[in-house]
Design a protein around this ligand. Structure first.
Ligand code: C5P
Length: 216
């Protein structure tokens, strides 16, 4: 098994940036698993379907193409909302799980960020982080990001989005958003992204030494 780094946590906690920087540090491929759910949700909508239609969402997941993970559409506010609506369906999660597990199995290692990487996708991952921050701090970051992408939204609207999405992700029956018992918690509320990455890097280095010792 390669050195899998699982980076879980709620929306806009900083986990995506941390995952990308860890990937660059170790030279590992990085998967933003949220993009998979975002692409499925937007595909359902683009095909004129309904997010409450489990069969349509499952068909969209089965026929997902790599190109559909690219571009600005999957980064929009609407895509985040659509993603959490289709993420409640067990068959959708099952289709996407196989892809994520294959990605995680790459040698010499891989980084995946998401909600259930340390609990469901790669429970055996040697390094697990659970990155969090207050809802207010996350809403502010996401709001700034969306405004810089040209979306006309208010901070208050994004705070409501974040709270709604947190509640939906935590309450779903299949693979709810929860820290793995062996994940190291990293609260980035008061941290710059550089400080958060530095803390993450130290946590992963400790896990790496342990993993190397165990390998012998
Ligand atoms: O991380 P991001 O905000 O892009 O994720 C969008 C949505 O996709 C989440 O709110 C969650 O509902 C879903 N998701 C998931 N499992 C993952 C990654 C994302 O259920 N591993």
């Amino acid at each position: 098994m390669g050195f899998i780094i699982a980076v879980d946590g709620p929306a806009a906690s900083g986990k995506g940036t941390i995952a990308v920087r860890l990937g660059a540090l170790y030279g590992y491929p990085v998967l933003d698993s949220g993009l998979l759910y975002r692409a499925v949700g937007m595909k359902v909508l683009a095909e004129g379907g309904d997010l409450s239609d489990e069969a349509a969402a499952t068909a969209a997941a089965r026929s997902l193409e790599p190109a559909e993970l690219e571009g600005p559409v999957v980064r929009t506010r609407a895509a985040g909302e659509a993603a959490s609506r289709v993420a409640i369906y067990t068959p959708v999660r099952a289709v996407l799980r196989d892809f994520q597990r294959a990605f995680a199995a790459q040698e010499p290692g891989a980084v995946i960020d998401g909600r259930d990487i340390g609990t469901v996708i790669a429970p055996h991952a040697p390094a697990k982080l659970y990155v969090t921050a207050s809802a207010e701090a996350r809403a502010e970051r996401r709001w700034k990001q969306l405004v810089s992408q040209g979306e006309a939204v208010t901070y208050e609207e994004i705070l409501v989005d974040i709270r709604t999405r947190d509640a939906r992700d935590a309450a779903r029956a299949d693979s709810p958003m929860v820290a793995a018992p062996d994940a190291v918690l990293l609260d980035t509320t008061e941290m710059t992204i550089d400080a958060a990455f530095d803390a993450a890097r130290r946590i992963v280095e400790t896990a790496r030494s342990r993993w190397e010792t165990a390998k012998g």
